[in-house]
Design a protein around this ligand. Sequence first.
Ligand code: ATP
Ligand code: MG
Length: 552
Amino acid sequence: MEEKVMPSNFIHNIIDQDNESGYYDNRVHTRFPPEPNGYLHIGHAKSICLNFGTAKKYGGKCNLRFDDTNPVKEDTEYVDSITEDVAWLGFQWDGEVLFASSYFDTMYECAVKLIKKGKAYVCDLSAEETRAYRGTLTEPGKKSPYASRTVEENLDLFERMKAGEFADGEKVLRANIDMASPNMNMRDPVIYRIAHATHHKTGDAWCIYPMYDFAHPIEDAVEGITHSICTLEFEDHRPLYDWVLRECDFETPPKQIEFARLELTNNVMSKRKLKMLVDEKIVDGWDDPRMPTVSGLRRRGYTPEAVRTFCETIGVSKSKSKVDYALLEHCVREDLKLKYPRIMAVEKPIKLIITNYPEGESEMVSIENNQENEALGSRQVKFEREMYIDSKDFMEEPPKKYYRLYPGNDVRLKGAYVIHCDDYKKNENGEIEEIYCSYYPGTKSGQENADMKVKGVIQWVGASDAVEAEFHLYDHLFLEPEQVTEDNLLEKDGLLLNRYSLEKTRGYVEKYAIEGEYDRFQFIRNGYFFFDKKAEGCVFNRIVSLKSSFKI
Ligand code: ATP
Ligand code: MG
């Protein structure tokens, strides 16, 4: 990966101050803490680039830690995909992959410590009662009648919760803080709940599980994290984060710093909603190339470099904003532009016969791979009597300024001869079936009439060398993502889902496209495409269209 220093942001200013004061002994240790309950999306990529990029910039460390404290929704399939995605993005975590569930003992001990200090109590209120006691934003809550239990009673009950004596929801452990706090998160939040569920890592060892707000600060502290970067919705949870670390006696505790999450136009960015699309088969799995998941982008043909550049370009701030998807596409085009060959593919083929070229003969013509990058060299393409051209490149009755092929006109076949269009044939449906041309000998590059002037150049694929391919042309999944809720997400006939988000066409590509040296190409005038080896048959996914039509 190229050595680029991440541009500074407000988080780096905080780190600089900590380094100046020596607060963390000049250590910088971040983490990326996904919950393994879905696949990563481009929003997570922003967080990954920020956490790993920051550690790298300061010569620090970044952990990959699974926040696996909710056994019901988590699965090893997600652990594997997330690990793969982080590596694909080009980042290496410090040491082993870590799991919050390996700290369950420590978390339990912390809870016991809080109970002994009178800072936590076992509460028997039902969920409904708890809500009623909590009060509102304008009214203080009421202390639970169970808050007055003695330390001994609480220790005994908590141990019995752990031993499995109670049913789910029968009891919880709550922090004893302040029911009158203007911050609802501080009104005696639940820190442990009972869940008789099998955990993907710890199996049936536990039937009580810590709540996120209690578990997360402990995970950070145990790992020696210095700067715990998370998204803005946790801002109101920070007092609780700090409270947990203080009351559990962690020294030089980590600092939570919040930034605005990435939102993208035409996209939904929530694992729950994305999972619904997968479960309801609206898309073809988590890695469907239309999905904003990292695996979807990968399968679409996006490069990790492009995704990283995008994350860097959008920057990090505290104010919410929505990023235009076109910026991501711009980063992709910029990354692909010079790195991959520009080759010929016909999306809507018509047969073209060069009547004065001998049957059974052929010759190889050499065509440069990328006019803007000589280092990509050139390739040999087979020229022969029969070939396919794109139906867009022929018109029976051309409008003015149409310089491609039409009866009586001359064009150059890219990299090869100039041809003259003599005639064409239609089928019974009135569609053009074959075009008949003659070529001008000596007009190939390096020959005596190579400089014969014509206004148009068109692309072609020799019939015997052509590889039949399916092109998958993608568009956004959502037309109005702002209005997507979990209730209306699946309304197929509503206005929200774009029914035309995938168009399939069949055509031909040069053999070079499947020979394996490259897997991404610019198909001249058609866009950037990725050879999708996971798909059945010979499929090319359109990564991104060309911004403007290119001259060839
Ligand atoms: P979602 O809301 O999509 O389900 P999440 O926040 O529940 O995501 P986690 O697995 O908890 O998913 O996220 C891991 C990390 O990625 C967290 O630190 C979280 O703040 C960050 N993150 C999640 N979504 C975004 C986003 N859209 N932009 C930036 N960071 C994000
Ligand atoms: Mg989360």
